[in-house]
Design a protein around this ligand. Structure first.
Ligand SMILES: Cc1ncc(COP(=O)(O)O)c(C=O)c1O
Ligand SMILES: [Zn+2]
Length: 416
């Protein structure tokens, strides 16, 4: 058996099944691979010849009985961010732009691509999720594409644009009174009582592997090398853990040279249980009640919080959190320098980068990648102040010159 589920605490192994925790010690189950064989098989040149989707790394993703999905998820741009780099004083800065991921404009499209492929393998006809918004969009879109029935459970106070897109797909949206953590508890109960493949509950070991493709793509787009530093937003702590796993795996199978890559985590101050754990160095993650406008990162009891903190510490990285005001400044800085409009999570990432530079935790000259994971059109409330008091003019040249060139109408140089 080249792939199994394995407990990352006690090492117990199991065949693939829709289960999330180890039956012996209740710690998370994870997909494990036969790296020695893959080291013999995998070559960069072969991967480079494959279609530009996240499934070009198929050997390092959960094996599928039903074949590789053909929808073009992943392979988002890695941008050399010269202007943002200048503003921050980082000459070697890149942005991985998952704000334009297909089909629903966040990195969650990656995890859902894996989870739904496995849901089909396991014979589920109906799938669902507990979501802070982006996952809801990704499940709604891709369940529709695969003709699967789906149900999406969300906290009732999510941003309207995230609810709006979900409501337009062929899916059932259920608003729940409470926080994401309440929604997640309900979804866990549903997996015991209903025949449902919940992507981030009973399909979680497979779902979470999809996040590794962010790390694989960064390395390939850098010319098959690891960055020195990467800054990643954290909610449940899965994405950052899997980027760490991806970098390790690439070195293990010989696709990149092994070298240290510092992994840095970013949260909003109003919901920062993982950053707090990293900063105070304790072993106990203390759950919080979220109090921030950055809803996509509002998970007070993160499922992979311990793991994320461990990976950050082991990599020589760090974690920080920023206020909602700093987040808004981060969103506008990225938009004004690179023309990339990101949501709250991206604002947090940019603002934490600035803070970590000031603290000298991040090295200015090092090759650094910021993970921008979601699209700004989904969180307009954070920046609507930018549209207040915008001027309106008469459709006349004189009105234009008064406002824009700030001078009296100039004589028309052409024929009169
Ligand atoms: C845009 C965005 N970025 C980052 C994250 C954090 O991902 P994770 O929950 O894997 O830590 C989320 C989670 O919902 C998200 O929506
Ligand atoms: Zn175990």
């Amino acid at each position: 058996m080249s792939q199994t589920l394995a407990c990352n605490t006690c090492g117990e192994r199991a065949e693939f099944k829709p289960e999330t925790v180890c039956p012996s010690c209740f710690n998370p189950l994870e997909v494990s691979y036969d790296y020695d064989t893959l080291r013999e098989q995998l070559r960069t040149v072969e991967i480079e010849g494959r279609p530009t989707t996240m499934w070009r790394y198929r050997e390092l993703l959960p094996a599928l009985e039903g074949g590789i999905p053909d929808s073009p998820v992943g392979w988002t741009p890695l941008i050399r961010a010269r202007r943002l780099g200048k503003a921050l004083g980082m000459p070697n800065l890149y942005v991985k732009n998952d704000a334009v991921n297909f089909p629903s404009l966040s990195f969650k499209d990656r995890v859902v691509s894996v989870a739904l492929a496995k849901a089909v393998d396991f014979g589920f006809r109906k799938v669902g999720c507990a979501s802070t918004g982006n996952l809801a969009n990704a499940v709604g879109a891709q369940a529709t594409m695969l003709d699967l029935e789906s149900v999406i459970l969300i906290p009732e106070d999510l941003e309207p644009p995230k609810i709006l897109a979900s409501a337009c797909y062929k899916t059932q949206v259920v608003k729940v009174k409470g926080t994401y953590d309440d929604v997640n508890r309900l979804c866990t109960e549903l997996t015991y009582r209903e025949n449902l493949g919940i992507v981030n509950v009973n399909l979680r070991p497979f779902y979470s592997e999809g996040s590794k493709t962010v790390g694989f793509e960064i390395a390939e787009q850098l010319g098959w090398r690891l960055p020195d530093q990467v800054v990643v937003p954290m909610a449940g702590g899965s994405l950052i853990s899997k980027i760490g796993k991806a970098f390790r795996e690439l070195a293990q199978v010989g696709l990149v040279a092994d070298k240290p890559a510092g992994i840095f985590g970013a949260q909003a101050t109003g919901c920062a249980p993982i950053a707090t754990l990293v900063k105070n160095g304790s072993e106990e993650l203390v759950p919080v009640k979220p109090d921030t406008q950055v809803k996509s990162l509002s998970i007070g009891a993160p499922a992979d919080g311990h793991r994320a903190a461990g990976i950050i510490r082991d990599s020589g990285g760090w974690a920080e959190d920023v206020s909602d005001e700093e987040t808004v400044a981060g969103i506008t800085l990225l938009a004004e320098t690179e023309g990339i409009f990101t949501e709250g999570a991206g604002g947090v990432t940019v603002a934490v980068t600035k803070k970590l530079l000031e603290q000298r935790r991040l090295q200015r000259d090092a090759l650094t990648v910021l993970c921008i994971t979601g699209n700004g059109l989904k969180t307009p409330d954070l920046v609507t102040h930018r549209t207040e008091d915008l001027p309106v003019i008469e459709p006349k040249y004189s009105s234009y010159t008064t406002l824009v060139t700030n001078r009296e109408e100039v004589a028309y140089a052409g024929k009169d």
